[in-house]
Write a protein of this length. Structure first.
Length: 381
């Protein structure tokens, strides 16, 4: 609003300047318009500079009072063009015939106290409009989905039927998935012959992505595949979560052949804690590519039963593009309906305007009564 008013005032100032130059018949009217819009433009420019100083966070609680700024400008016009209304009549003879001197001292004696008073009045009006700064701080998410990524790091994940390998394709798609879950806590569990928690649930997604990118085959003993233990580790870290939804994304290219926990018992335990498991089989069909296995290594029935037991879904990715699409589907299914809260803090700024206005009024009064004492020598007030 102030920007628009400033542009309007600036345009009217230029128009009045052109009229004052072009018209010779109405010097008082054009001069009054020029003075009025000069004051308006300077006032609005000052408010714009204040907003710029506070990075656009300054506003007014009662902006309607700013229209009262017309009053000091009208008083200034009256003092300039109708000075007799503000002067006391002098009874000394022959004062009217004496020439009026012109100097900075005379101008200061005449106008400085009045100008200070008018500026102080303008500051009072600005204070009446209640200037304040508004700061909005975004609060961290308080509710979302807790997701545990469970990634197979067994030796078979190095197979190159996916480009450039099953494991690298799983890394890339997992990192891409993490980048889309802005408000959710995400953790990471790794498994092969053993299962271990690599990252607890966290909102520090960059740290989790860096961890996933740094993984390699052999970070866990890669000789076997313990699906049951992996589910057990992931579920044990999700069971106490208070999130509205708890999800495990289990990616593997093999069947359970190691570990102490039965995968279906682990799935039942996860279901009892309200944890949903999405299982993703990552391997091309036997003989479909030059690098495909001779026989299917994936126990699809087991993965289907795990997903069914927990209310999740089973997916089979035959290449890296299908794997990316599966993650996109899961991302669409597990949407987080979350509106980030914001804390708005307001700070009043009227006190500086009020104090400066009072100081200028007192200064103008002191100058008039104590310093710039008017001596009726020859008509000057």
């Amino acid at each position: 609003m102030i920007n628009l008013l400033f542009l309007i005032s600036l345009g009217l100032l230029l128009l009045s300047l052109l009229l004052s130059v072009g018209l010779r018949r109405f010097p008082r009217a054009t001069g009054a318009a020029l003075l009025f819009f000069t004051c308006s433009t300077l006032l609005l420019l000052g408010l714009l500079l204040l907003q710029k100083l506070y990075h656009g966070q300054m506003t007014f609680l009662n902006p309607g009072f700013l229209w009262l700024l017309i009053i000091p400008k009208l008083l200034l016009l009256l003092q300039v063009f109708c000075p007799q209304r503000f002067q006391r009549p002098l009874d000394y003879p022959l004062t009217g015939s004496l020439p009026e001197p012109f100097s900075l001292a005379v101008l200061g004696n005449r106008h400085l106290p009045r100008v200070l008073g008018l500026v102080g009045l303008a500051l009072f009006i600005v204070a009446l409009a209640r200037p304040m700064t508004i700061r909005t701080d975004k609060l961290p998410p308080t509710q979302g989905i807790d997701i545990m990524l469970v990634l197979d790091t067994s030796a078979s994940m190095a197979n190159r039927d996916f480009y450039p390998s099953r494991f690298v394709a799983a890394q890339k798609t997992a990192i891409n998935f993490i980048g889309k879950r802005f408000n959710d806590r995400i953790g990471l569990t790794l498994f092969a012959k053993n299962a271990s928690l690599a990252a607890p649930l966290t909102l520090d997604h960059e740290a989790v992505k860096e961890l996933v990118a740094s993984l390699f085959i052999g970070v866990v003993d890669p000789t076997l595949t313990a699906i049951g233990d992996a589910l057990g580790v992931a579920a044990s870290h999700l069971k106490d979560s208070t999130a509205k939804s708890k999800v495990i994304l289990l990616l593997t290219d093999g069947s359970n052949n190691a570990g102490a926990l039965d995968p279906l018992l682990s799935a039942k335990a996860a279901a009892a804690y309200g944890i949903k498991v999405y299982t993703i089989a990552t391997a091309s069909p036997p003989g479909s590519t030059l690098f495909s296995s001779a026989e299917d290594e994936i126990d699809e029935g087991l993965l289907m039963n795990i997903a069914k037991e927990t209310g999740g879904e089973f997916y089979r990715a035959k290449n890296e593009l299908e794997l990316q699409e599966i993650y996109n589907q899961i991302n669409a299914l597990e949407k987080t309906d979350f509106t980030q809260a914001a804390r708005v803090s307001r700070s009043d700024m009227y006190r500086p305007f009020l104090l400066w206005g009072l100081a200028l009024l007192l200064l103008g009064l002191a100058l008039r009564q104590l310093v710039l004492i008017r001596v009726p020598d020859y008509g000057i007030i």
